[in-house]
Ligand binder design. Sequence first.
Ligand SMILES: [Mg+2]
Length: 453
Amino acid sequence: MVRGRRKELSDKITASQSGYWGNGTGVSGNRDVAETPVALSLSLMTRERSTILVSLHGPDRAGISAALMEVLAAGGAEIYDIEQIVVRQRLTLNLLVGVIPEGATVRDVLYFAWENGLHVEFEVIEPAPEPLRTMSVVTVIGPIVGPEEFGQVAGAIAGGGANIERIVRLSRYPVISYELTISGGDIDRIRATLVDVAAASPIDVAIQPDGLVRRAKRMVVMDVDSTLIQEEIINLLAREAGVEDKVAEITSAALAGEIDFEESLRERVSLLAGLGQDTLGQVASKISLTPGARTLIRTLKRLGVKTAIVSAGFTRFTSGLAEQLGIDYSLSNTLDVKDGVLTGALVGEFVDGPRKARFLQEIASAERIPIDQVVAIGDGANDLDMLSVAGLGIAFNAKPFVTEKVGTSITVPFLDAILFLLGIAREHVDAADASDPGFDQPMLMEIPGTPPA
Ligand SMILES: [Mg+2]
């Protein structure tokens, strides 16, 4: 990363027209170099190299970097650092170079810039690199990210004492997302301000420490109802049983953390007693995946990330989803069926919040994946345990009770927005799809309708 403290240019370089040097004016490409005799005499008192930051910008063309390197090599320059970005065929290139005093590097770079229509600036920099600072990543996601939203995010970063080092766009659809790499600052303070920014605008903002762990997520564990799928299956079943209002009311209170979860689920299931098994197939056909769910799972699988679903909902539905999507692990509650009808009871181990968290730990351990490399995604109060034990817990379109307790939230209704939080660019997702011969085949839209024996 190119950085350094600006030093008074006159210390090292004298130029007959100082306006072209280090004052931000630069040298534009349409100047006639022959008529601007910039007499460069790099500090001849010493043979030590001067460290110069060279900033070039202007129209990009193939081979421009190679040609510049030839110029630097011919002048005996050393390269200490390089950063380059091209946006809409406009090149911005920063080079930190060491030049020998009597070398012609600066003059030659100036001529090179003029030849190529590039604007160039030079700054003499303290040769010692700045001490390393803590790096963090801020992800901004929204249906639109306008100057107002961006300004608020940048203000929060500056207010927390951090500096934006780099900004890249990760996606244009289904949401706009940007990743900002920031250095230094008080992360807790920045996070607190960003939470307020996100709450007051349509954007989602997350801040995470940068580093290997962020790049190396190896397992994603997801809730099912209102996370992987758009519905609460218990409510769909209740509709068929004619008890929708009563069950929906209890579900809402349970997910908001207002009542005991296990007791409330057993109560709701008891209201389903007598529902025929064939009705379960009809309910299965009404399930709709959350937009972006397939893209998320498909991309995670391509990355070799293990996937899991864990639900207080029902095996009858979750096992079909896991099979359809190729999810590695699934755990949920099992409805008791006798003589082709629901008895209103559950069988087997009860899956609630603490069990979800233990399941996450068990499968991570089985896969020998450190817990800080596990991502958990959920929306309800019974997801809080697993969201807090995972290395990254994401509240996805969650109940306010949950969002308040989890540092990272997504409120846009697309599950593939999770990929952007992980630093994955949309264009890479699309390129992988485009090169996958199996991708164009129609994907299964329905959950298999017949329950397994
Ligand atoms: Mg849920």
